[in-house]
Design a binder for this molecule. Structure first.
Ligand SMILES: Nc1ncnc2c1ncn2[C@@H]1O[C@H](COP(=O)(O)OP(=O)(O)OP(=O)(O)O)[C@@H](O)[C@H]1O
Ligand SMILES: [Mg+2]
Length: 422
């Protein structure tokens, strides 16, 4: 099953582009589901249908037309209900610590609940839905990045929490409870955490899979392009494949070669105003081409009306130009690779649009912490690298390259040779 996610800065046309892509695919005979990770109801507005779900609706999928279905996430979901057991436990701990109940209540709110609900629904649809294509309309960039990084980050914490707690429960339950005066989590709490952990690992593999890709939607304006460049880097940092850039709301004239610009004194006339925007968009478009090369670029025109309803969305999809391609076609995943080199190993991670100065690397036990600006990824090192030390790192050709050599202390020479022979 192919999964395509649309993200980009707020208001650039993510929902419209996602819905237009879904309508076009469905009308070409591809069985398509379009869903939104955004709690706002704009997907229904764009499709011009009412997507209402009652909290416990077992099947919130609505058929819009043959081959096209849509799904609006429900705000109250089993995730929140299962969180209840964890929350009750945390509340008793906080009470034991003498924390104000109002503060405790806030502290125990499930972080990123909407995001978790959306990811679990995506997982359910990918695993058991009858679709050829799932189109996901994501919230603006910052939330989407948090959403896409969530499975790995949460799984990391849960992995550490679960075994430790299990051991504690077996060996220390009475003693620990007596010593600290705090209750230990019950079986139900641990079960909830374990179930989530399993789901998160599955979601992680869906996001990293060859059949999943992200499309970046933007408008040809400097501020939007600047944010989109940073988004591309962050998406790559989290191991997601970006396979297309959609430039939306392009004025018809802007796609043609540069025309003469009006002088500043003429800007008050409508024609001069438009010519000035055309020129700015032309500059924006060449910046987009320069920034995102070699990614395929699709240009969607600025229509004279809001594209609302399936027919208008289909018309917008048809009016797009550039490297539109086949929505079901996948591109190779652009994840981390490790290969032997000069008696050691070379780890590579594609990181477009960054310089070495912006990247920070830290080794922590069996993990490599890679940070770019405010985003950090915890890479779990493959077993072969765990007994190695980092000897250097560079960013070259839009790729982070980290060199490892076997640690003499941890890895006796005869063992290293036998690994090399394998
Ligand atoms: N190519 C276009 N031509 C004309 N109007 C458009 C085009 N693309 C989007 N719009 C309109 O622009 C508005 C914003 O679009 P949309 O809701 O798709 O943006 P979004 O990126 O999903 O916003 P948000 O960040 O709030 O989720 C809508 O009114 C939509 O109909
Ligand atoms: Mg939207």
């Amino acid at each position: 099953m192919r999964v395509v996610l649309f993200t980009g800065k707020g208001g650039v046309g993510k929902t419209t582009t996602a819905a237009a892509t879904a309508v076009q695919a469905a009308r070409a005979g591809i069985k398509t589901l379009v869903m939104s990770t955004d709690a706002a109801h704009s997907l229904g507005d764009a499709l011009d249908v009412v997507l209402v779900t009652t909290p416990d609706d077992p099947d919130p999928v609505v058929e819009i037309e043959p081959g096209l279905s849509a799904l609006q996430l429900s705000a109250s979901h089993s995730v929140r209900r299962s969180w209840r057991s964890v929350q009750d436990y945390l509340l008793t701990v906080f009470k034991g610590l003498g924390i104000d109940p109002v503060v405790a209540d806030e502290l125990t709110e499930l972080p990123g609940a909407d995001e978790i609900v959306a990811l679990l629904e995506l997982q359910k649809q990918v695993e058991s839905g009858p679709w050829d294509l799932v189109v996901v309309d994501c919230a603006p960039t910052a939330e989407t990045l948090r959403l896409l990084a969530l499975p790995e980050a949460l799984a990391w914490h849960l992995e550490r929490l679960i075994p430790a707690q299990r051991g504690l429960l077996r060996a220390l339950r009475p003693a620990a409870a007596a010593a600290t005066g705090l209750p230990l989590p019950g079986v139900q709490v641990l079960d909830t955490l374990r179930r989530w952990h399993e789901s998160l690992l599955e979601i992680q593999s869906i996001l990293a899979s060859e059949t999943t890709s992200v499309r970046l939607v933007l408008t040809p304006e400097r501020v939007v392009i600047a944010e989109s460049r940073r988004t591309l880097t962050s998406l790559r940092l989290h191991g997601l494949t970006v396979d297309q850039v959609v430039v939306n709301r392009v004025f018809p004239e802007s796609a043609s070669p540069e025309s003469d610009s009006p002088g500043p004194d003429q800007e008050s006339t409508p024609t001069a105003w438009l010519a000035s925007w055309n020129k700015a968009q032309q500059r924006g478009l060449s910046e987009v081409r320069h920034s995102f090369d070699p990614l395929p670029i699709v240009i969607a025109p600025y229509l004279s009306h809001e594209p609302v309803g399936t027919d208008a969305l289909a018309a917008l999809a048809r009016a797009r130009t550039g490297e539109v391609g086949d929505v079901l076609r996948t591109v190779p995943a652009q994840g981390m690779t490790v290969c032997p080199e000069d008696g050691g190993y070379l780890l590579t991670l594609p990181l477009p649009l960054v310089t070495a100065a912006e990247v920070d690397l830290k080794r922590r036990d069996d993990e490599l912490l890679v940070s770019v600006a405010h985003h950090r990824r915890v890479l779990s090192l493959p077993s072969v690298l765990r007994r190695c030390v980092v000897t250097g790192a560079v960013v070259r050709n839009a790729t982070l390259r980290v060199r490892f050599i076997p640690d003499e202390k941890l890895w006796p020479v005869h063992e290293r040779e036998s690994v090399a022979r394998e």
